[in-house]
Each structure stands twice: as C-alpha cells, then as structure tokens.
Design a protein around this ligand. Structure first.
Ligand SMILES: Cc1cc2nc3c(=O)[nH]c(=O)nc-3n(C[C@H](O)[C@H](O)[C@H](O)COP(=O)(O)OP(=O)(O)OC[C@H]3O[C@@H](n4cnc5c(N)ncnc54)[C@H](O)[C@@H]3O)c2cc1C
Length: 312
C-alpha cells in the first residue's frame, strides 16, 4: 500500500492551495480528484475578484492553480473518487475507486454543489445566463433585467446584492411568504427595482446564445407566461459533498457542512477540512485558498511537530 504524509480529497481551489503549501513544507502529498483538477473554479465563466487578475476565465485560473500545484511536487490522481475513510488510527486509510492509501493526515476539500431547478434550459444555459452565484456573476449583468429563484436567506441576500447592480430584479418564489430572516425580507421588499412574484415556478429557461426569457407558471391564476430576462440566478440551496467524511465519523453541522476550528481541524486528530465543504460562512475562491493553506500548515505542524509549535 502506498504511504503518504497528507492525502487531500478534492482538487479544487482549497485542495490545490493546500497541496502547494504541503509540498513546499516537505510533505509527501497526494491529491485525489474524482473529475479533472481545478474544481468549481473552472465553472466560473469569468472571475473578477481573485487578487492578481483583473479578469480571468475560471477555466484558466483553475488550470494555472493545477499546473502550479503539480510543479511543487504534488501527485494529483484525476478520475479517482474517494469512497471511504478509516480515520481512527494514527495511520489513516483512504479507500478509492482504484485502490487504498495509507497516510498520516487527511484533508477533506470536496466542495459543495448547488441545488438545481431541474427545468429545461437550465443545463444548456449554465454559464450563459444561468448562474448559481450572485457575487460571482452579478456584475456581468450590470444595467440588465435579471431573475432570482428562491425564498430563503441566500435568495434574499443575492437579490439585495443584485439590486445595486442591475436595472431590475424579479424574485420568483413558490410560496406566498419568504423563508428568510424578517429584516432581509423587509429590505428586499423595500427596494424600488425589485418585484416579487409569489406562488410561482420557472417551467423553462429559453434563449439563443444566452438566456433571453423564462416560462413562468403562476399557480394563483393557473397560467404560464413568458418573461424576458437576461439572467436567472438559481438560489434554491446548496449542499456540501460531505457524505464520505460524515460516514467516517467527521462531525458536521445541521446542514451537513464539516465543522472546523480556526486551524481547519475537524473533530478527528490529523484530519482537516477546507473550502466550500466546511461551515465557513463565505464560499469563494479566495476563502477556499486561505483555508487550504491553513490546513496544510496545520498538517505539517501535526506531523513534524516543530520546536515552535505550542500544543493545544
Ligand atoms: C458558476 C460559479 C461561478 C463562481 N464564480 C466565482 C467567482 O467569480 N469568484 C469566486 O471567488 N468564487 C466563485 N465561485 C465559487 C468558487 O468557485 C468556490 O467557492 C470555490 O471553487 C470552492 O473551492 P473548493 O476547493 O472548496 O471546492 P471545489 O472547487 O468544488 O473543489 C472540490 C473538488 O472535490 C472533488 N470531489 C468531490 N468529492 C470527491 C470525492 N469523493 N473524491 C474525490 N474528489 C472529490 C470535486 O470534483 C471538486 O473538483 C463560483 C462558483 C460557481 C459554481
């Protein structure tokens, strides 16, 4: 069985940043990635908020991160999925679709996935008007008319953020009241450029090169109509990719995000988590990078126990 100092589950921004720091610290490091390395960053059509790049495509940034990580000496196994973890002993076992690895430490950096509407046009126009992240893609629709789907906190926060950028926001919610905090609901309804359509659902997203309309079903009057919009922000929730971690005894919160302390430590010794899979409140490339770095340096401290390390 292959032996490693650090095995990282997931080759996104968090995992790759951790890899760079771990390898430069001298740790024998393996990243296991079920798809191609780069992670969700590669899905962002344009990234305009990652320091050092005014504007870069997500695919380019992901590629640069992967290449940088490989150059530091990290082994990246792509198209290999972690299916199980045995974390109780000092030598931990990572089971994958291909084999088993033994390692001193483990970092879970498996990210999360946005819940989809599951309507025609959603997949087709993803990245071409269909977005799951207002902070990321909102500025691309400056002065345009956009639609937000959802009624929880993330829908309300996204609506407030977009209302300061775009000309008009239409919020579509399947119930007749918001599920979000009361103050957020009040703020949303006080915005002059926000219109809320209650008891309604999106039936289809249409367009040519990019989104130009949706088919909206209004349950109150039992009719469907076409509404012209330039973008659809789907905010019906997201879920962490934490099942394998959870099954191995890593503690998660009520929404299944992995609980971490400020050193990215989980409840299991020598096991860390970083990025969108954790309960950190901000889910961005920059925060995933920072968390990955902290986790790698903490794994290094745990393994090497350098003289300056204070226990606790
Ligand atoms: C469309 C879109 C646009 C965005 N735009 C921006 C932006 O402009 N700016 C910004 O800062 N943020 C943006 N974000 C958010 C940003 O992409 C994420 O916050 C960040 O990429 C999270 O990094 P991560 O490493 O935690 O997770 P991810 O990048 O999701 O990486 C996790 C990786 O783990 C892999 N994995 C999962 N389970 C397993 C397993 N069992 N075994 C092996 N591998 C596994 C996945 O395949 C994935 O590659 C955007 C997100 C989306 C969806």
């Amino acid at each position: 069985m292959e032996n490693w100092d650090l095995v990282i589950m997931g080759g996104g921004a968090a995992g790759l940043s951790a890899g760079i720091y771990a390898a430069r610290s001298g740790l024998k490091t393996l990243i296991i990635e079920e798809k191609m390395s780069g992670g969700t960053t590669a899905d962002a059509p344009t990234v305009e908020n990652y320091p050092g790049f005014n504007r870069i495509s997500g695919a380019d940034l992901a590629e640069k991160m992967s290449t940088h990580c490989r150059k530091t000496g990290v082994t990246i196994n792509e198209i290999e999925t972690v299916t199980g973890l045995d974390l109780k002993l000092d030598r931990k076992i990572v089971r994958t679709t291909q084999t088993e690895y033994e390692t001193k430490t483990v970092l879970v950096a498996t990210g999360s996935h946005y819940r989809e509407l599951g309507v025609p046009g959603e997949k087709e126009f993803r990245g071409r008007g269909v977005s799951y992240c207002g902070v990321c893609d909102g500025p691309l629709f400056k002065g345009k008319r956009v639609l937000v789907v959802g009624g929880g906190n993330s829908a309300a926060i996204t609506t407030l953020y977009l209302s300061g950028i775009v000309s008009e926001v239409i919020v579509v919610h399947r119930r007749d009241t918001f599920r979000c905090e009361e103050t957020l609901a009040k703020d949303v309804q006080s915005k002059p450029n926000v219109q809320v359509v209650w008891n309604a659902k999106i039936k289809e997203i249409k367009g040519e090169k990019s989104v130009n309309k949706v088919v909206l079903f209004d349950a109150k009057i039992d009719t469907a109509r076409e509404v012209p919009v330039d973008a659809v922000f789907v905010q019906v929730g997201e879920a962490p990719n934490s099942q394998v971690a959870k099954d191995s005894g890593i503690e998660v919160n009520e929404e299944d995000y992995i609980k971490i302390d400020i050193f990215q430590r989980t409840n299991m010794q020598g096991v860390y988590a970083a990025g969108d899979v954790t309960n950190h409140p901000v889910k961005q490339i920059g925060t995933a990078v920072g968390q990955g770095i902290t986790a790698a340096l903490e794994a290094y401290s745990f393994i090497r126990r350098p003289y300056y390390r204070k226990e606790g």
